[in-house]
Design a protein around this ligand. Structure first.
Ligand code: BMA
Length: 828
């Protein structure tokens, strides 16, 4: 078998206009129009509104390519498309070879009869999905959720749901050849299926069972050789003849090295390689993937609270910490491997060990899962069904989603990172009922897809992974009783959508929190990129255009005024919104970590953005960490010190939560200070933190101190030290931060240039500084930490890594440090 790659330079034109311009494959029409200078940046100001015609038009991609005579002498030639977005008709030399209706499928069409020796022309014509959706929706309405800028009825077409608009994303329906395309030239035989299962013995042994499927084209009787390599050497190999197209090979792995999620151990990856040959050794086909040796299951067992919901890796339950992942660009084809690496290193860098690939986007690109394998980020993988009803009564729909499920389970199942499959996002939460009506589908039709078709595909193709029909889902009692605190997973939106206060999180006792979130604005540099100067007020049309959650900007401001003083200028409003968002998630995540093992997971909504926008993300579209992301690094730390305060009695519970695999000894130091820096009291408590547990270290009784000084005049700082080194620190106040009489912290900075262009910046403060942050305006940099609390006599060193050239002198001139008092114009 060999391939003739058809990626690279193509031409494209609008179907009703002959004028072609260059196109890139893989790619999409919006980025082609942008590169050709035919449209302005769809993300700038409200350009999106004027670019809707692109998604409403049909587009024709074409190119020529040469076919040598030996290709046509082969047994079969297939056109292989890893992804076409979405309604495509493919012709070669004017002959139709195939048509597609699903961007998530791999398509293969017989092409030999259409090809000629010498120059050939291929044309892929994309019909706009919008009239198709509208026509089908007019015939029969598919109820679903969506905002005013979203296209109703999108569930009729198997296309990335959020490309038609979401409550954080623009409506930019694109099209194109979004994954590689090639001609596959087949002689005699090829591999059609390679499935690897792992058997882990009680004695620590691991055997890989490889099931092979092959297609014999020219009557060949092929032989498969399977090799397993690790660390540069072959550790196991075996050969088998394929009888009637299949074979099974078992390979015991000597001295197996187990794969672990980040912070639990290493991520060793073994390469499994399959070569298909004839008896004489002629090579027909090869297949190679990396696998990690591990067991990874969802453990559900009855316990004193109901039913557990915890992930267990290699027999060890672990607390899942992370976020929900959405497509990292509205035009996913322009994302580079480096973009994925940056986002996923930021994920692991915030001590996150799980991401949920949410069901309104795409089954991610291979590079995403490869990097998660390498970095130890486990994946909760949704199927791409979200926030809508689906036409499961339609046979063609069911056939295409079955093929979609099979293609994607086959493509992804060898990845160590994938923890579990989930059927859909939020359908059970309000889109299903006894019968179809204006707002829901029937349980019967729902069950055809999520209780039958998808679990059957998983049972057949990936039987060692668990399946969950919907998120949220309750497996105990009435299925409609979603967000049951005693079993299943929960989406908790009472804060934000329900406007409850942050403290509400502390009343929740759910087993696994797979969604909850709070919004913020991106930082000033990001906002400058999509606004003109006159837009820079949070109530302007453009700022509201870059906000898709209804009156979201007003919601941010409402909560902000509850906690903080009114910021005096636009940039400070943006920064303060980020501190506010971080506080909200800290309330939730610290509480749920303390509640382990009853609750065993927190995945906040959402990790990233697909364009520059006000949203729930903790990393903005440009990869810049918001304040939340720095705070997540702290509240996800494997060892966490935290306080639970009672403003009335002055009691403060000091907790240490450990996700370590061994118990650990240390001490908790605490200090109570006034805003002017005077220390009122301090203390040290020795602690032994057992592995995988929360420990209440001590309850401080500070009631008398509060009476003497007043709630608004005290701040409690704390840190956990192990072997004399601070590993976690935290802060408790006894009043809303807006009511604290903070003073000018009188910062001092010292900057030392390190190796490799990094700088160590030591910040000290003469008075307590809350949420102090460094900025280097105009230069792209990464900070090792930011939004920190500083106390007199406790300086902190932050490493600045410039992503573009920066000398020490330039840094000295540009760097600045600010803190809460600066958001309202200082302290007079
Ligand atoms: C959830 C998600 C998304 C949505 C988010 C914020 O429920 O599943 O559909 O973007 O909330 O509203």
């Amino acid at each position: 078998m060999h391939k003739l790659d058809l990626c690279g330079q193509w031409q494209v034109h609008k179907a009703d206009c002959d004028q072609t311009f260059p196109a890139l494959v893989p790619g999409c029409i919006h980025t082609d129009l942008l590169s050709a200078g035919k449209i302005e940046d769809p993300f700038y100001r409200d350009n999106e509104d004027r670019l809707q015609w692109i998604g409403e038009a049909d587009w024709v991609y074409s190119r020529t390519f040469d076919v040598p005579a030996e290709v046509l002498a082969s047994d079969r030639v297939l056109l292989h498309c890893d992804g076409l977005d979405t309604l495509a008709t493919v012709t070669i030399n004017g002959k139709t070879v195939g048509a597609t209706d699903n961007m998530f499928r791999v398509w293969e069409f017989d092409a030999k009869d259409a090809l000629v020796v010498g120059e050939n022309t291929i044309e892929v014509r994309f019909a706009s999905p919008i009239p198709v959706i509208q026509a089908r929706q007019a015939e029969r309405k598919l109820p679903g959720w969506g905002g005013p800028k979203e296209i109703p009825g999108r569930a009729w077409v198997r296309k990335e749901p959020c490309s038609l608009g979401w409550d954080w994303g623009p409506t930019l329906a694109t099209c194109g050849i979004w994954r590689p395309i090639s001609l596959v030239v087949l002689d005699e035989a090829r591999l059609t299926d390679v499935a690897i299962r792992q058997e882990h013995g009680a004695d620590g042994s691991v055997t890989l069972s490889v099931a092979l499927g092959a297609e014999a084209i020219g009557g060949a009787s092929p032989v498969a050789q399977v090799t397993v390599s690790f660390d540069g050497g072959v550790v196991a190999e075996a050969t088998a003849a394929l009888e009637s197209g299949s074979a099974g090979i078992a390979l015991p792995i000597p001295d197996p090295q187990l794969w672990w999620p980040v912070n639990m151990g290493a991520q060793p990856l073994y390469e499994v390689r399959v070569e298909l040959r004839d008896q004489a050794g002629k090579l027909f086909d090869t297949w190679a993937r990396r696998v990690g040796l591990r067991t990874l299951r969802l453990d559900r067992h009855p316990d004193q609270w109901g039913e557990s919901f915890q992930f267990v890796v290699n027999g060890v339950p672990f607390f899942a910490k992370g976020a929900n992942w959405i497509p990292a660009d509205s035009f996913v084809t322009r994302l580079t491997d480096a973009n994925y690496r940056d986002l996923l290193e930021s994920t692991a860098g915030a001590n996150m060990n799980m991401l949920r690939v949410w069901g309104g986007g795409i089954y991610e690109q291979d590079i995403f899962y490869d990097l998660c394998d390498e970095l130890g980020i486990t994946i909760w993988q949704d199927f791409m069904f979200a926030c809508s009803t689906y036409p499961t009564f339609d046979d063609a729909f069911m056939a295409t989603v079955k093929a979609e499920a099979e293609d994607n389970v086959r493509r992804l199942r060898h990845h160590a990172c994938i923890a579990f499959w989930n059927g859909n996002n939020e359908l059970e939460q309000g889109l299903v009922g006894d019968e179809w009506n204006d707002w829901q589908m029937s349980w019967e039709d729902y069950g055809k897809l999520f209780d039958k078709l998808i679990p059957e595909v998983i049972q057949a193709l990936d039987p060692d992974r668990d399946y969950w029909p919907s998120s949220p889902h309750t497996p105990c009692g009435d299925r409609r009783d979603f967000n049951n605190p005693d079993c299943g997973d929960a989406h908790l939106w009472d804060v934000w959508h329900g406007r409850k206060p942050f403290e509400w999180y502390r009343t929740c006792t759910h087993r696994f929190n797979s969604e909850f979130g709070f919004q913020s604005f991106p930082e000033p540099q990001t906002v400058r990129g999509y606004t003109a100067p006159q837009d820079r007020n949070v109530t302007t049309y453009v700022m509201e255009h870059h906000q898709r959650s209804g009156i979201g900007n007003a919601v941010i401001m409402q909560y902000m005024l509850d906690w903080f003083r009114l910021p005096t200028e636009f940039d400070m409003t943006l920064w303060l919104s980020q501190i506010l968002q971080g506080m909200a998630m800290k309330y939730a995540c610290e509480h749920w970590r303390r509640a382990m093992p009853r609750g065993m997971g927190t995945l906040y909504w959402q990790l990233n953005d697909c364009w520059p926008v006000a949203s729930w993300a903790s990393i903005d579209y440009h990869g810049r960490w918001k304040a939340l992301h720095f705070m997540a690094r702290k509240f996800n730390n494997p060892l966490l010190v935290s306080g639970v305060e009672d403003w009335e009695t002055g009691s403060v519970e000091l907790h240490v939560t450990s996700d370590l695999l061994q118990s650990c000894g240390g001490e908790v130091n605490w200090w109570l200070v006034k805003p002017d820096g005077t220390e009122v009291a301090d203390g040290t408590v020795a602690v032994t933190a057992p592995a995988g547990a929360n420990t209440l270290v001590e309850t401080l009784q500070l009631g008398e101190r509060l009476k003497a000084h007043g709630n608004r005049d005290l701040i409690l700082g704390m840190e956990l030290a192990v072997d004399g080194k601070a590993v976690s620190s935290n802060l408790v106040t006894f009043a809303r931060p807006k009511h604290l009489e903070l003073l000018d912290p009188e910062f001092a900075l010292s900057i030392v240039e390190g190796d490799g262009g990094d700088f160590a910046v030591t910040v000290s403060a003469a008075k307590p500084a809350l949420w102090a942050w460094l900025e280097v305006p105009g230069t792209e940099v990464r900070f090792s930490d930011n939004f920190v609390h500083l106390f007199p006599g406790k300086p902190m060193t932050i490493t600045i890594k410039p992503l573009e050239p920066l000398t020490r002198e330039e840094l000295v001139a540009k760097v600045r440090v600010r803190s809460l008092v600066d958001t309202y114009g200082g302290c007079g």
